[in-house]
Write a protein that binds this ligand. Structure first.
Ligand code: HEM
Ligand code: HEM
Length: 145
């Protein structure tokens, strides 16, 4: 029988979660290109920042200084982020959390991601769209709407 899953307790746990999520997100057929082709993310630089974000939320360590929305507004200017992208991001996050951890922190990781994703999506929808701006991609919407 498999060992029962433990909860997210340490920075090392957070790093394991975040790394597993990014491996999955970056190779995803629906949102992977946003990380690899649009943002051209350097994962080694990015992972410690993301781990600090989650360490702040889950372990109460004041490691992250805020301003998480701004890079997403920039990303959205390069390639529009739709509701379906956020839904996919959340589905992959939830799946990764549930595969690796179980407990109150794991629940919080899923709940807080849902709140932040909703807030980011709302904020992006409120951003002005420049008329005549070239749209780099046509995106098929999935899910809501
Ligand atoms: C355990 C306590 C919590 C901690 C340590 C925490 C921490 C954070 C951090 C660090 C951010 C990113 C802020 C930024 O980068 O600007 C954030 C964003 C957010 N949090 Fe929390 N949070 C907590 C509880 C909650 C609760 C209880 C709610 C709602 C019921 C909530 C809703 C949100 C939302 C909606 C955002 C996105 C804000 C935006 O960018 O528009 N958080 N939180
Ligand atoms: C459509 C969904 C999303 C996509 C495609 C996406 C993609 C990205 C990319 C490409 C970056 C790096 C930007 C750069 O530095 O060049 C980034 C940064 C970040 N993302 Fe997301 N993201 C999404 C949703 C979320 C959600 C829902 C959260 C939180 C729950 C989140 C948390 C963060 C944080 C904390 C950073 C680092 C911000 C900083 O540098 O301080 N992202 N994201």
């Amino acid at each position: 029988m498999a060992e029962p899953l433990t909860d997210i307790e340490t920075r090392a746990d957070v790093e394991r979660l975040v790394r597993a999520f990014y491996e999955r997100a970056m190779s995803d057929t629906m949102i992977g290109y946003l990380f690899t082709d649009v943002a051209k993310l350097d994962l080694d630089e990015h992972l410690p920042v993301i781990a600090s974000f989650w360490e702040t939320i889950l372990l109460g360590v004041p490691a992250y200084s805020g301003g998480a929305f701004a890079p997403h507004a920039s990303l959205n200017r390069l390639s529009p982020l739709r509701g379906g992208h956020f839904e996919r991001w959340l589905a992959l996050w939830t799946q990764t959390v549930d595969e690796l951890f179980a407990g109150p922190k794991a629940q919080l990781a899923k709940a807080h991601a849902t709140r932040v994703a909703r807030a980011f999506h709302r904020r992006i929808q409120g951003l002005p769209v420049e008329p005549g701006e070239p749209q780099p991609l046509t995106i098929t919407l999935h899910g809501e709407r």
